[in-house]
Design a protein around this ligand. Structure first.
Ligand code: 13P
Ligand code: SF4
Length: 321
C-alpha cells in the first residue's frame, strides 16, 4: 500500500512536470481509473478515448488501455507523443485479424463496403472504408445499409451478428472474438437469473448471441454504465469486463452489481471477466512510461499507413459528432 501511494504521488508529479495526461479505458483496474480522474485525464469507452486524446491540449498522452487505443490516438494526433504503460497490451480481436489475410478477404469481395471495429491494427484500419466502435456501430451500419451496399465486417463475429440482426444488413463476417466476452455462459446466466429474478442483465455485444438474447440492455461500456444509472433496478448482472464496476458503483453507490458467470459446460474461465491485456496497465508500468526510455513505451505509426487509417477513423468521428 505504501509503495502504491508513493507511486501515485510520483506519477501525479511527473504528469504535471511533463505536461502529460492519462487517457484510460473502463476496463483498467479501479486504481488506474481513479488516478486518471484525479489528474484531469479521462476514463471512457474507446470512442470517447479517441476524441479526448485528439482534443487534449497536452502534447503527451499516456494511454492506459490496449495497443489499438494508443495507435488510434497517434493516428488522430501525430504531433503528440503517445506512450503506453506497456506495448505488450494487445487484444485478441487485433491478434486474430492479420492484415494480409484480412486484405485478401476484402479483395475477394470488391463490391462490399469494409467496416472494421476499432479493435484492430492501424494496417487493418488503413484497408477499411469505415471504423466503428461498439457505441456507434449500429447507427453507422444502419446508415450504410440504407445505401444498399453489402458489408464486410471484421473482426468481432459476435458484435457483427448482433448488428446484422438489429439492422438486417447484408454482412460478411470475419471470424474473430474477444476472449473475455466469449466466455460468458448463457446456461449459467439462466441459473443466476433464477436466483436473482429482479436483477437486470447488462450485456456488451462482444458476448455470444445466446447471452445477448437474455439482456435487458445491450451496449458499449458507456451505454451500459448509462443503463445502470437510468434503469430502476437495484441489482444488475453485468456481462462485460469487471473493470466497469468501478464507474457503475461510483455513479450509483446504492445499487448492487454482480459479474455474469463465465465458462460453459463445466469449463473453468481463462480470463474470468477481466482482460489480461487491460490488466497490464498497473501503477508501476505507468510510472515506467514516464521515466524510462521512450522505446519501451512510445507508439509509432508509419506515415503512409497513418494517412490511410485516418480517413475511416475521421469518418466515424464526423458521423458521431
Ligand atoms: P467500448 O469501450 O467501446 O465498449 O469497447 C470495449 C472494448 O472491447 C475495449 O476493449
Ligand atoms: Fe480486446 Fe476483449 Fe481485451 Fe477488449 S476486453 S481489449 S476486446 S480482448
Amino acid at each position: 500500500e505504501q509503495r502504491k501511494s508513493e507511486l501515485k504521488a510520483k506519477i501525479k508529479a511527473l504528469l504535471k512536470e511533463q505536461n502529460a495526461v492519462m487517457v484510460a479505458h473502463y476496463y483498467t483496474d479501479p486504481e488506474i481509473q481513479a488516478l486518471a480522474e484525479e489528474t484531469g485525464g479521462c476514463v471512457a469507452d474507446s470512442l470517447e478515448m479517441a476524441r479526448f486524446g485528439r482534443d487534449a491540449d497536452e502534447q503527451k498522452l499516456i494511454v492506459a488501455g490496449v495497443k489499438f487505443m494508443g495507435e488510434t490516438a497517434k493516428i488522430l494526433s501525430p504531433e503528440k507523443t503517445v506512450l503506453m504503460p506497456t506495448l505488450e497490451a494487445t487484444c485478441s480481436l487485433d491478434l486474430g485479424c492479420p492484415v494480409d489475410e484480412f486484405s485478401a478477404f476484402c479483395d475477394a469481395h470488391p463490391d462490399h463496403t469494409v467496416v472494421v471495429y476499432a479493435n484492430t491494427s492501424a494496417a487493418v484500419k488503413a484497408r477499411a472504408d469505415w471504423v466503428v466502435t461498439s457505441s456507434i456501430a449500429l447507427e453507422i451500419v444502419e446508415h450504410l445499409d440504407e445505401q444498399g451496399k453489402p458489408i464486410i465486417w471484421g473482426p468481432d463475429r459476435h458484435l457483427g451478428s448482433y448488428i446484422a440482426k438489429q439492422t438486417g444488413a447484408d454482412m460478411l463476417m470475419w471470424q474473430g472474438e474477444c476472449i473475455v466476452h466469449d466466455e460468458f455462459s448463457a446456461q449459467k446466466l439462466q441459473d443466476m437469473k433464477a436466483i436473482y429474478p429482479d436483477a437486470a442483465v447488462l450485456v456488451h455485444p462482444e458476448s455470444p448471441a445466446s447471452v445477448v438474447e437474455m439482456a435487458d440492455a445491450v451496449g458499449s461500456t458507456s451505454q451500459l454504465i448509462k443503463a445502470s444509472q437510468e434503469m430502476s433496478n437495484e441489482m444488475f448482472i453485468v456481462a462485460t469486463d469487471k473493470g466497469i464496476f468501478y464507474k457503475m458503483q461510483q455513479l450509483t453507490p446504492g445499487k448492487t452489481f454482480i459479474e455474469a458467470p463465465t465458462g460453459g459446460n463445466g469449463a473453468t474461465c481463462k480470463s474470468c471477466a477481466h482482460c489480461p491485456w487491460m490488466a497490464m496497465n498497473g501503477l508501476e508500468a505507468i510510472y515506467n512510461s514516464l521515466t524510462e526510455g521512450k522505446a519501451e513505451h512510445e507508439i509509432f505509426v508509419d506515415d503512409a499507413l497513418r494517412e490511410k487509417a485516418l480517413i475511416p477513423l475521421d469518418r466515424m468521428l464526423d458521423f458521431s459528432a
